[in-house]
Design a protein around this ligand. Sequence first.
Ligand SMILES: [Zn+2]
Length: 413
Amino acid sequence: MWERYAKIIERIEVGEGILSLVPQWVKEKGFTRPLVVADENTYKAAGAEVSALLEQVGIRHDRFIYRGEHILTADETAIGALCAAYQPENDLILGAGSGTINDLCKFVGYRVNRPCAIVGTAPSMDGYSAKGAAMTVGGMKITPQTQCPSAIFCDINILKNAPMPMLAAGLGDMLGKLNALADWKLSHLLTGEPMPEDIAGIMSAAVQKCRDSAADAARRDAMAIRHITEGLILSGIAMSLYGDSRPASGAEHHLAHYWEMRAAAEGREPVSHGLKVGVATIYALRLWKSLPDLPLRPKPEDRAGILEHVKRAYGAAADALIPVLNPNLPFEFILNHWDEILKIARETANPEDVTGLLKLFDAPTDAQSVEVNDGLLRESIVLARERKKTYTILQLFGDLGLLEICNVYKEEL
Ligand SMILES: [Zn+2]
């Protein structure tokens, strides 16, 4: 199934017991001195075996293992450490890990003009195949376009044994697509943003498979874990095909990124991205499902007040954000499309369904459980959309002047 995407990623292997394909591929491609990158956990899970397999076939390589108790963050310190370990003769950056290791390998590989490849250790996020690398620089979450890995190897025997919160995170990131697709339809309707059927089709099929597999995945069933892994890889491919994160990311990612940025600014250990996306999806879907009951009357948004908020919330980074603030769509224009908007809302998943699936994994289903208090939740509902010029359900609420008064995110509603 992967050959058709070979222009984006030359080699993708998802299956049981496939690690021996790694040295074969390295040899085939003529790499002579890979740098194997892992952290202590991912080295145990896959890095050590990859290193042993390379040795067996006589491929000289170097190793760099991130050490330490703290959760690894793709920030300036981690970038610097990897750059310091990199030698000019390393002709491939070969990561063994999941989100953060992959992001660091993509980022540093791109900067030193070397290809990278990844041996997955957990189906925990959709960045394996994405060109963007989720980095934290200067306390801001940024996703610079770097390079897709040249190859992805996901051995399901390793991935299915990943810690349960990482499996939940992968499912959460996939369930986020339920909202992302609704947001994309909304933007297509209201702003004319392109929505190619083939790319949207890849995403809706992938998310459906994940929904259907969730209960089995919670029991670590190999086929179900495979479906989630494939869905996550397809998400990255869809983003590359579209040239933007739109197919896989909407309001739920804006919220999750806002929370991540706040946690980073306060020096808190980050809660896994996919767990936050899962929770944010529930809030975004609640907004969707509240649409039929909204009081519809023109109520211009206080953009000047919001600008002040943005400046306070983002500090020095606000200057870079303000030029992309989304302009409001006129009330009459939205009203003219109201029936079609309600149709999207009706066809969108129920937040209770997402809650139910996440609970199978004992995953968080409310903001408090991902260290987001009421104040931060409220702030993010109003401000998270200002990070990116992407039309979502949050912007629709803003256009209707209802963001600041909406309280649909309250548990009791
Ligand atoms: Zn994500």
